[in-house]
Design a protein around this ligand. Structure first.
Ligand code: XMP
Length: 315
């Protein structure tokens, strides 16, 4: 890529030439969509509408946080609450690729409604290189149909604009830092959100469990990193496993759920090494999860697999 400064200038002028009317962008608050939205907003101002879809699958406090960032960047935005629509569509679905497809399509439906209302002719997306490389695109076998590629229906009726298509994650972060996008230091978060961290069916209950566990993992790891006990991993989160296991609660046998902790070091998500988290930090996470979520979770395990052979997410 060009230097980050040149990339920004060239992209803004390219976008202002290419986007002749109104445009819409799905803004999840992740670094990719925030950078794409900021560049497009600088290019066309309020002819851009950033839509944050509250799909009911986001992390704790995320909607408020994203709204704050959009405000700070002066981007014209809208928060669309569509959570019941998503849960309805995901009812009874366990297959990871079906989940991605359904979520991708739902996203687009919600956008299309907003886009029609706004009169958008262009759809800006924060797709980056690993998204389309890992989604096949005739280059490699499909590993995961990352939703910003796989879920797009052909009949969208809007012109697709992908300003970050040739960039890798570390390059996007460089651009974000220069733009002053706060999401630059946020860890990556998948488009299908907590749905791919709930193995099996995605229900409001399952999502609530993994949301709380994710919050605890993020909170304790951030604290440990701030205290100099460990380096902050590239990505760290919790996964809710679909099977139950036997445990004890008080003097009774209990049958509870299992949470897996995942933390990896990576540069661009294409390969990853599991983080050597100090045992005392793992201990604090495990105790906090099983103490504060004792009615739901009775077992916590740590994933010690690299990518490859595993992927970063479990689905
Ligand atoms: P995997 O699990 O494939 O993840 O090793 C690599 C990086 O991509 C994120 N990820 C996704 N991002 N839509 C996205 O936008 C998806 O469907 C998706 N699946 C995984 C993952 O969190 C990691 O950062």
């Amino acid at each position: 890529m060009l230097g980050a400064e040149d990339f920004i200038q060239d992209t803004i002028s390219d976008l202002s030439e290419r986007i002749s009317g109104k445009a819409i962008i799905a803004c999840s608050g992740g670094v990719d969509s925030m950078v794409a939205a900021t560049l497009a907003s600088r290019a066309i101002g309020d002819r851009l509408l950033a839509v944050y879809v509250d799909n009911g699958l986001m992390r704790k406090g995320e909607t408020e946080e994203v709204e704050g960032m959009l405000k700070d960047m002066g981007i014209n935005y809208l928060i669309a609450d569509a959570s019941s629509e998503f849960f309805e569509a995901l009812k009874g679905v366990s297959d990871p690729e079906r989940k991605r497809k359904i979520i991708g399509e739902r996203f687009i439906r919600v956008f299309e409604r907003q886009a029609k209302e706004f009169g958008a002719e262009f759809l800006v997306q924060g797709t980056i290189a690993p998204d389309w490389i890992e989604s096949g695109d005739g280059v490699r076998d499909t590993i995961k149909s990352h939703h910003n590629v796989g879920g797009l229906p052909k009949d969208m009726g809007m012109t697709l604009v992908e300003p970050l298509r040739d960039l890798y994650k570390d390059e996007v972060r460089d651009v974000a830092r220069i733009l002053g996008v706060k999401a630059s230091e946020r860890q990556p978060f998948p488009g299908p959100a907590l749905a791919v961290r709930c193995l099996g069916e995605v229900t409001p209950d399952n999502v609530a469990v993994v949301r709380e566990a994710c919050f605890i993992v993020e909170d304790e790891i951030r604290k440990a990193a701030d205290a100099g006990k460990m380096d902050a991993p590239w990505q760290y989160f919790a996964v809710l496993l679909p099977s139950k296991s036997v445990g004890v609660q008080g003097d009774r046998r209990a049958y509870g759920r299992t949470i897996a902790i995942r933390a990896v070091t990576s540069v661009d998500g294409m390969t990853a090494t599991y983080s050597r988290i100090p045992l005392d930090v793992l201990d604090v996470i495990s105790s906090r999860i099983t103490n504060t979520m004792k009615d739901q979770v009775n077992r916590v395990v740590y994933d010690i697999t690299n990518k490859p052979p595993a992927t970063i997410e479990w689905e």
